[in-house]
Write a protein that binds this ligand. Structure first.
Ligand code: EPZ
Length: 426
């Protein structure tokens, strides 16, 4: 496994162009398999998760044509069966959107379920509840094969007793072909939910209310598709770079963003004393001379609350702030594991259940740490930016899953970083 070597101490300054949203792209790509004609998707990020999903579509028999960098044409009409018993499906959690896509299109689906990951159990009971409400019979076969069969997918009222991004998207993907209307109540409101709904509407669906907690889907027998659609910018990538400015006393302009999507973070950065200047499609973050970065309290919540995917990065930022910061992680039961690595670097953090208390101002020193998951990996890189000496972040694979051109973008704003293969650095 390759590692990133980061030398700390640089003040970061410059521009970062934000790529297409990983979590919107995974939903939109699955939606391209849920409609009845070809579509062209633009502004796809060039990251491992997207490459994995496109390869899965090819293995299933879809026609996938790379038209340009970040632009793909997908023709799902060459897929005539609803079995996705591929080992590659197990590698990527986002592949589970094929459940909704194929259930809606074919009325049945059988596929391997992806494993969980370091954030806790990550069940899919809410997805299944939604599919059963639509008329599917669910069965968990041996070898982790999930089977859903329906004589007919009929629109239904579905109440999600917990806000779930994945369940909201998956149910939408099944309901677009349902007979009648489906209402998803207590739906997730993340920008990527809206992106998937906008894509489906562009392809002929009739979805209203995405971005609110009640989404109405008027099912249709045939969705002609045949259009192009561009993915929204990545809210989490943007937030990661935004935080690097105050972290290093720097001045960073993130470009190609939707400032509204960044409000949950922009508001907290302003609370910490950071100057946040919004443009039409850009945001500048700077800790002005003489200004102190002040600690504050965070609580992760479904959008428009503070995103859990920026939690590890925010905890790292609090290590550099003055005072005692707090982080409450209310989405996942197990998303503080990376803090052991921060402690190894000298951070002063106490965790108890959903609460982490961060004593700011502690001096971090470089150490060999591991990127346990995508966002924790980004947090380790951030810690390396302010640590004395060199920090080795192992398992770059997990970071490359969600951050396009990570080394190039960091180098452009002044980070001393390089990718090394451990076998060759001895
Ligand atoms: C999506 O995961 C994102 N992944 C995650 O981003 C993100 O952390 C999460 O939404 C929350 O914003 C993708 O979009 C591919 P959930 P998802 O269903 O859909 C529980 C990243 O780094 N739950 O909103 O799996 C679940 O355990 C990744 O990009 C159930 O109990 O998240 C969690 O505690 C990490 N039953 C909570 O709900 C279910 O059926 C929220 O999960 C589904 C979820």
């Amino acid at each position: 496994m390759n590692s990133f070597l980061v030398k700390g101490g640089n003040r970061l300054e410059g521009r970062v162009k934000i790529s297409g949203s990983k979590n919107a792209a995974l939903g939109v790509l699955a939606a391209a398999m849920a409609v009845d004609g070809p579509s062209v998707i633009e502004n796809l990020p060039d990251i491992i998760d997207i490459q994995l999903l496109l390869n899965i579509f090819k293995e299933l028999g879809a026609e996938v044509t790379i038209l340009d960098r970040g632009t793909v044409r997908i023709d799902p009409t060459t897929v005539t069966h609803s079995e996705a018993l591929l080992e590659s499906v197990r590698k990527l959690r986002g592949s589970y959107y094929l459940l909704g896509a194929f259930l809606g299109r074919f009325g049945s689906v059988r596929m391997y379920l992806p494993g969980g990951c370091d954030l806790g159990s990550r069940p899919i009971d809410l997805h299944i509840k939604g599919f059963e409400n639509l008329g599917a019979v669910y069965e968990m076969e041996q070898d982790g094969v999930i089977s859903l069969k329906a004589n007919k997918i009929k629109g239904a009222g579905i109440f999600l007793d917990q806000v779930s991004v994945g369940a909201t998207i998956n149910i939408m993907l099944a309901a677009v072909h349902a007979e009648g209307t489906t209402v998803i109540d207590n739906a997730a409101k993340e920008p990527h939910i809206v992106d998937v709904a906008n894509f489906l509407n562009a392809m002929g669906a009739n979805i209203r209310g995405a971005g609110t907690d009640v989404i109405r889907i008027q099912g249709k027998a045939f969705l002609p598709a045949g259009k192009s659609y561009a993915i929204i910018p990545d809210q989490i990538e943007a937030g990661t770079y935004m935080m690097m400015a105050p972290l290093t006393g720097g001045d960073i302009l993130v470009e190609n963003v939707i400032p509204k999507h960044m409000e949950p973070l922009s508001a907290k950065l302003q609370e910490m004393g950071v100057l946040v200047e919004e443009g039409g499609d850009s945001i500048r973050c700077v800790l002005e001379k003489g200004k102190i970065l002040k600690a504050t309290s965070f609580k992760t919540m479904p959008y428009p609350g503070f995103p859990t995917d920026l939690q590890p990065q925010a905890v790292t930022l609090l290590c550099a702030a003055e005072g005692t910061g707090r982080m409450i992680e209310s989405i996942y039961e197990n998303r503080f594991q990376y803090i052991d690595n921060l402690r190894l670097m000298g951070a002063n953090i106490i965790c108890s259940g959903k609460l982490a208390v961060i004593q700011g101002g502690s001096k971090l020193v470089g150490a060999p740490v591991e990127a346990r998951d995508l966002r924790a990996g980004a947090a380790m890189i951030m810690a390396g930016l302010i640590a004395e000496g060199e920090t080795r972040v192992e398992n770059v694979y997990s970071i490359k899953r969600g951050y396009e051109n990570f080394v190039e973008k960091l180098t452009a704003i002044g980070v001393d970083i390089r990718e090394v293969n451990p076998d060759r650095t001895k």
